[in-house]
Every structure is written in structure tokens, then in C-alpha cells.
Design a protein around this ligand. Structure first.
Ligand SMILES: [Zn+2]
Length: 188
């Protein structure tokens, strides 16, 4: 399975998860500089984004890959042709608020910043929805070491609009407690 991790003005990181003989997940990341890319376009069906590299290699990113919109927002103007500009306009119109990370970054039912799926938090009833958002924020802001302080700002993704009335529903004590029980000393 393909995934996108770090995306910035210099490069994108395309990774792949495979399984070894012990059925353990193996992650392999490849950094691709923007200047190695010669073209970006959607397939005719719009189900995949096709990225062509100078090396003639082609990367196919399915449209349900979280981070795909972020990739398009960071793409240098030289790679945005008229068709892609049109596609981007439609994507921007479709973007919905993500109450987990506070960006207007949900497209195709998933958040392209914090990588949650809409179905993970969506609920008709606000109290129930808040409880789910809270759970997701605990893992979003979790720290990985007892000496690490919580980074409340890392979700402020500059390429996306921020939601004006976004609220962090978790306290520092709750995040630290969650981290202590779930992510500290976790081995990768
Ligand atoms: Zn989000």
C-alpha cells in the first residue's frame, strides 16, 4: 500500500508498506524532489494521480491516498497545467472542515492533513461526535517520550484554510496520560 508522509516546498515522501516473511509491516520511504518531477496529472477516470519523473519512472497515487491534496497544494506552479488547475479548483470547492486537526482539509471523506477518515469521527449526535474527536485528538497530539512536550501547533498546515472556531477538546494532562499508556516507549 502506498502512502504519503512528509510533503513540503522541497520534496514529497512516497512510502510503501509491504510485509516480510514474519508478516511484519515494512515501511520504505523515498524522498522525491520537486525538480525530479516532470508532470502531474489525474488519470482519465480521475481515480489516480499520475506522477512522471525525469527518470521515466511513473508513480500512481490512488485518489483515496491521504495527503494527495496536500501534495497538489505544494506542487510548484510550473507543474500545474490548465487541466490540473481546473481539477484543483473543484477539489478546493469540495473541501470540508476537519474538526480533529482544525483545517479545511477533508476531501473524499478523509483528512489530507491529520489522515483521519470522516467516518472515524462523524456522528449525528454532537456529544457522541465530540467524544470521538477527543479520542482522535489524544492520539494526534500524543508524545513519544516522557521528556517530550506536546506540539499543539504542528497541525497548522499553511496550505489549508484554518477553521475559525476550532477547539482542541483535550487537555495537556489528558494527552500526557494517554501518551504514558499508549505511545511512550513504543518500538517502531
Ligand atoms: Zn484533520
Amino acid at each position: 500500500m502506498l502512502y504519503l508522509s512528509e510533503i513540503n516546498n522541497e520534496y514529497i515522501t512516497v512510502g510503501e508498506i509491504t510485509f516480510n516473511e514474519n508478516m511484519e509491516s515494512v515501511f520504505s520511504d523515498e524522498e522525491i524532489q520537486w525538480d525530479q518531477i516532470v508532470s502531474i496529472q489525474f488519470s482519465a477516470s480521475k481515480e489516480d494521480l499520475l506522477i512522471k519523473l525525469q527518470s521515466k519512472e511513473e508513480i500512481i497515487i490512488p485518489d483515496d491516498t491521504s495527503g494527495l491534496v496536500t501534495l497538489l497544494f505544494y506542487a510548484p506552479a510550473s507543474l500545474i497545467n490548465d487541466q490540473l488547475l481546473d481539477d484543483l479548483k473543484k477539489i478546493k470547492e469540495d473541501l470540508q472542515d476537519c474538526p480533529v486537526c482544525g483545517n479545511q482539509s477533508i476531501w473524499n471523506n478523509q483528512c489530507h492533513v491529520c489522515h483521519v477518515e470522516k467516518e472515524e469521527f462523524f456522528h449525528d449526535e454532537q456529544t457522541q461526535m465530540d467524544a470521538k474527536i477527543k479520542e482522535l485528538q489524544l492520539s494526534l497530539f500524543a508524545t513519544f517520550d516522557k521528556d517530550e512536550s506536546i506540539d499543539w501547533e504542528f497541525v497548522n498546515e499553511p496550505k489549508f484554510k484554518r477553521i475559525d472556531n476550532w477547539k482542541i477538546l483535550v487537555s495537556e494532562a489528558e494527552v500526557l496520560d494517554y501518551s504514558k499508556n499508549n505511545t511512550w516507549n513504543q518500538k517502531f
